[in-house]
Design a protein around this ligand. Structure first.
Ligand code: GLN
Length: 451
């Protein structure tokens, strides 16, 4: 049924870069066979899923939305891919994304944009716009995203779906193509809080193949989603997540959510987190710095594209020609920015001070979580904007992540879930819930209560 739905709508939506029809049917039949033989089935047996094209898949291409990896079929499965298969999930295919997960609209994909199923002329968010669009268009009931600065939560917000950025280290990054390693985190996307929880439990957990993976039990997220409640909870509202640039309808729906939380028995506490104002600036030094280093491996020798290798050129020239042809504008902008920020003489002024800001943000969160159990905010300042509107204005694009970035810098967990439609444009608004590290279960407890 989902393959038929993809056939019917994906030409317009363009959520998928690759549909693995044969593989999906084979997986589905294998589940049937297991069932018929009375074998034990995995926890998500037979449930179809759309996988962001940033996770390596042994039997399918992995492009990361870039020309530089066009046609590359990885020799191994990411830990997350392996866990999905072990849970008997049916992987439908790989979803569109901003190149190397750099963007907030999926317009930076080398393979063309994805439409928002609510209005195909608008963006589905990014970088994981393919995954969120697949959910909103009913092409898949579950999807996987990655969130470096908001790429799970912002697409969820603008498509009226649920997305969770687990605690940093909660889900293995092994086989997840690196953008900014200290921020990148894979996580579940779904249409309901409980669905997200069921997927979360399947993909989370310690992995010796990822040295930053946390060696501790997975927070009980399914139990929390089944027992939604905010009774007696302290909920923080941060002063800095408001003001200029926030759309009236977004603010209205957010305020209504706060009233709902109160009526369900939560106490609302106002919080001051002054360093959050610096989060965007710090992020746009740290993320490009790490990306300039991570993307050095795309040298035309080891993976994918190779341009100009005609026997007359040096390896260095082939690398340069390949990177020139294979990377898009946003990726180049970030590699240049990051290389500059890390160069000798500038390190203290840029990267060094961004790291100090990062510590201040973590401390603001620590102080806040002495007073509250969770923090809530709008996920994004505005609803989905028209495709093309911010394409030539990187700063305007970067503002989409104003409320999501602090969480990545601190490494704690956060969810976006729908909280109604903005009255002025009828488009979905996202409510963000933020919890301390390894308290991901709180997101689901609160999310299930207000869903
Ligand atoms: N939009 C942000 C960026 O462009 C975040 C992307 C992400 O979370 N992968 O970097």
């Amino acid at each position: 049924a989902h393959l038929a739905r993809i056939d019917a709508v994906d030409e317009k939506v363009h959520a998928f870069l690759h549909v693995d029809r044969e593989g999906a049917l084979a997986q589905a039949r294998a589940v049937d066979a297991k069932k018929a033989a009375g074998e034990k089935l995995g926890p998500l047996a037979g449930v179809p899923l759309a996988l962001k094209d940033i996770f390596t898949t042994q039997d399918m291409p992995t492009t990361v939305g870039s020309k530089i990896l066009e046609g590359w079929i990885p020799p191994y499965d990411a830990t997350l891919t392996r866990k999905l298969k072990a849970a008997d999930v049916v992987i439908l295919g790989k979803t569109n994304m901003d190149e190397f997960a750099m963007g907030s609209s999926t317009e930076n994909s080398a393979y063309g944009p994805t439409g928002n199923p609510w209005d195909l002329t608008r963006i589905p968010g990014g970088s994981g716009g393919g995954s969120s669009a697949a959910l909103a268009s009913y092409e898949a009931p579950l999807a996987i995203g990655t969130d470096t600065g908001g790429s799970i939560r912002q697409p969820a917000a603008v498509t009226g779906t649920v997305g969770v950025k687990p605690t940093y280290g909660g889900v293995s990054r092994y086989g997840m193509v690196a953008f900014s390693s200290s921020l990148d985190q894979g996580g579940p996307c779904a249409r309901t809080v409980l669905d997200a929880a069921l997927l979360h439990e399947v993909i989370a957990g310690h992995d010796p193949m990822d040295s930053t993976s946390i060696d501790a039990p997975v927070p009980p997220v399914v139990e929390a989603a089944l027992g939604g409640s905010v009774e007696g909870m302290r909920v923080g509202v941060v002063k800095q997540f408001a003001g200029e640039g926030y759309q009236a309808g977004v603010v209205q729906r957010f305020n209504e959510s706060v009233e709902l939380l109160k009526s369900l028995g939560a106490t609302v506490v106002e919080l001051d987190c002054p360093s959050f104002d610096l989060a965007l600036s710090a992020y746009y030094l740290i993320a490009p710095s790490e990306c300039s280093s991570n993307l050095a491996r795309f040298d035309a020798m080891r993976y994918g594209l190779r341009v100009g290798d005609d026997g007359t050129r040096s390896a260095e020239d082939v690398t340069a020609l390949t990177r020139e042809a294979g990377f898009g504008d946003e990726v180049k902008r970030r590699v240049i920015l990051g290389t500059y920020a890390l160069s000798s003489g500038y390190y203290d002024a840029y990267y060094g001070s961004a790291q100090k800001v990062r510590t201040l943000i973590t401390q603001d969160f620590e102080k806040a979580f002495e007073k509250v159990d969770v923090i809530v905010s709008p996920t994004t300042p505005t609803t989905a904007f028209p495709i093309g509107e911010r394409a030539d204005d990187p700063m305007a694009m970067y503002l989409a992540d104003l409320c999501t970035i602090p969480t990545n810098l601190a490494g704690n967990s956060a969810m976006s879930l729908p909280c109604g439609l903005a009255p002025e444009d009828g488009l979905p608004v996202g409510l963000q819930i933020i919890a301390p590290a390894m308290k991901d279960d709180r997101l689901y407890k609160v999310g299930a209560a207000v869903e």
